[in-house]
Design a protein around this ligand. Structure first.
Ligand SMILES: NC(=O)c1ccc[n+]([C@@H]2O[C@H](COP(=O)([O-])OP(=O)(O)OC[C@H]3O[C@@H](n4cnc5c(N)ncnc54)[C@H](O)[C@@H]3O)[C@@H](O)[C@H]2O)c1
Length: 357
C-alpha cells in the first residue's frame, strides 16, 4: 500500500476515469447499446427503446431470433447488429469505437444452468468478465449510464417478504439458489458496486423474475408450452410442478422498467426488482387462465413439485416494487397475469400465423 493511500486511511485513491460527468443527451438524440439484444427480452426491449425515439445498436453472438424479429417489426433490418461476444474485450472496445453509444443495457449472457456448471471458466469469462469488459469500455469512451440485467436467481432463500433491494444474497449457510447462474450474476452486481464506489461509475441493476411473453425461454417452466400449444391446438400435459409459485412478469413491463431506470435520477436506488409485485401465482393457476382464455385448450398439470424445482421454490417470494413506483414513477402495465397472458396469446397467435402465411 502506498504512503498516500495509507495516510488517506482508506483504499480509495483518486483514480482519473475521465469525464464521468458527461451529461446524458435528450432521449431522441441518444444511441443505446443493447447487449443480448437479439434474444427474448432484448427483442421487446429494442422495440420499446425505438418507440422512445432512441437509436439502438445490438451486440450479440447471434442474429435476431424469429420472435424478436416479429416483436421489433419493420425496422428490424435497419438495425445495426454487431456479432460479438461480451467476453472479448478488444471486440467490445471496437463496438464502442464504431457506435459511440450514450447509454448501455446489458442483457447478453449465458443462462443455461447446465452449460454454466459444465463450462465454468466460460461462465466466469462471459457472465462476470463480460460486465468488466463493458464497464471498462464505458470508461474508455465516457459513457455515463448502464442498466445491468441480474436476476432473482441471486437470492438464496426467502428471509422476509416482500423481498426488497436490501434482502441478503449471501447467508451463513447458503449462496444464490441458482448456483452458477445466480452466483455469476451476484459477482457482476458486486463488481459494479466497486466501480461505483471507488470510481463513481453510474449503474443500475434490474433483477427480473419469471419473464413471460412472445419468445420466452423454457427456464420459466410450463407456461410457454401451455400458451403456445393451446394456441396451436396441441395438448400440453405435465405430470409435476403445479404447486410451483412464481412472480411472473410480462416482458413489456421489463422493457418499460429498464427505460425508467435509464432515466433515473442520480440519487435513485441501484437495485430494482423486475416484477409486477403482489402475490405469487402457481403453475396450476396459469393452466386455469390458459384454459379460460383459449377455448378448447387441452392443458393439464399435476400439483407435486419435481426434485429439480424444490431448491428454486425456496427463493420464490413476493417482490417489492415500491422503489420503482416511488423513485421512478413506474407501474406495471400487466399487474394482472390474466391480462399479460391474454397479450401473450394474442401476439403468439399473430406470430404463428405469420409463419404459416
Ligand atoms: N427470461 C427471464 O425470465 C429472466 C429472468 C431473470 C433475468 N433474466 C436476464 O435477462 C437477460 C436476457 O435474458 P433472456 O431471457 O432474454 O434470454 P435470451 O437467451 O433470449 O437472451 C440472452 C442473449 O444473450 C446473448 N448472448 C449469450 N452469450 C453472449 C455473449 N458471450 N456475448 C453477447 N451476447 C451473448 C444470447 O445470444 C441471447 O440473445 C439475461 O441477462 C438473463 O439472465 C431473464
Amino acid at each position: 500500500m502506498s504512503e498516500q493511500t495509507y495516510t488517506q486511511g482508506m483504499a480509495r485513491p483518486d483514480v482519473d476515469i475521465g469525464g464521468r460527468g458527461r451529461e446524458l443527451r435528450p432521449v431522441g438524440e441518444r444511441t443505446t447499446l443493447v447487449t443480448g439484444g437479439a434474444g427474448f427480452i432484448g427483442g421487446h426491449l429494442v422495440r420499446a427503446l425505438l418507440d422512445t425515439g432512441r437509436k439502438v445498436v445490438v451486440l450479440d453472438v447471434r442474429g435476431f431470433v424469429p420472435e424478436a424479429r416479429f416483436a421489433i417489426g419493420e425496422q428490424v433490418d435497419q438495425l445495426p447488429v454487431e456479432f460479438a461476444s461480451i467476453g472479448d474485450q478488444a471486440r467490445v472496445l471496437d463496438v464502442f469505437r464504431i457506435h459511440r453509444p450514450d447509454e448501455v443495457v446489458h442483457a447478453g449472457m449465458i443462462l443455461d444452468p447446465a452449460y454454466l456448471a459444465t463450462n465454468r471458466s466460460t461462465a466466469f469469462q462471459v457472465n462476470v468478465g463480460g460486465v468488466i469488459n463493458l464497464v471498462e469500455a464505458m470508461i474508455a469512451f465516457d459513457v455515463p449510464r448502464l442498466v445491468n440485467f441480474s436476476s432473482i436467481g441471486v437470492l438464496p432463500r426467502v428471509m422476509y417478504q416482500p423481498i426488497d433491494g436490501n434482502h441478503p444474497i449471501l447467508l451463513a449457510d447458503a449462496g444464490p439458489g441458482t448456483d452458477f447462474y445466480g452466483s455469476t450474476k451476484a459477482a457482476a452486481e458486486a463488481m459494479l458496486y466497486a466501480y461505483n464506489q471507488a470510481l463513481g461509475l453510474d449503474f443500475r441493476t434490474i433483477r427480473p423474475s419469471a419473464v413471460y411473453g412472445l419468445g420466452m425461454n423454457q427456464y420459466v417452466g410450463p407456461i410457454k408450452a401451455m400458451v403456445e400449444n393451446a394456441v396451436r391446438g396441441d395438448p400440453a400435459h405435465f405430470e409435476l410442478g403445479g404447486a410451483h409459485p412464481r412472480a411472473y412478469t410480462h416482458v413489456r413491463d421489463i422493457a418499460g422498467l429498464v427505460i425508467a431506470m435509464l432515466d433515473a435520477s442520480d440519487d435513485a436506488d441501484r437495485i430494482f426488482y423486475g416484477s409486477a409485485g403482489g402475490q405469487l401465482v402457481t403453475t396450476t393457476e396459469v393452466a386455469e387462465i390458459v384454459r379460460e382464455l383459449v377455448p378448447g385448450a387441452d392443458v393439464e398439470i399435476g400439483e407435486e413439485l419435481s426434485e429439480a424445482e424444490k431448491p428454486v421454490v425456496a427463493l420464490r417470494g413476493e417482490l417489492s416494487i415500491e422503489n420503482a413506483r416511488s423513485q421512478l414513477g413506474w407501474e406495471p402495465h400487466y399487474a394482472s397475469i390474466r391480462d399479460g397472458i391474454a397479450q401473450y396469446v394474442e401476439q403468439y397467435r399473430a406470430f404463428h400465423e405469420s409463419l404459416t402465411r
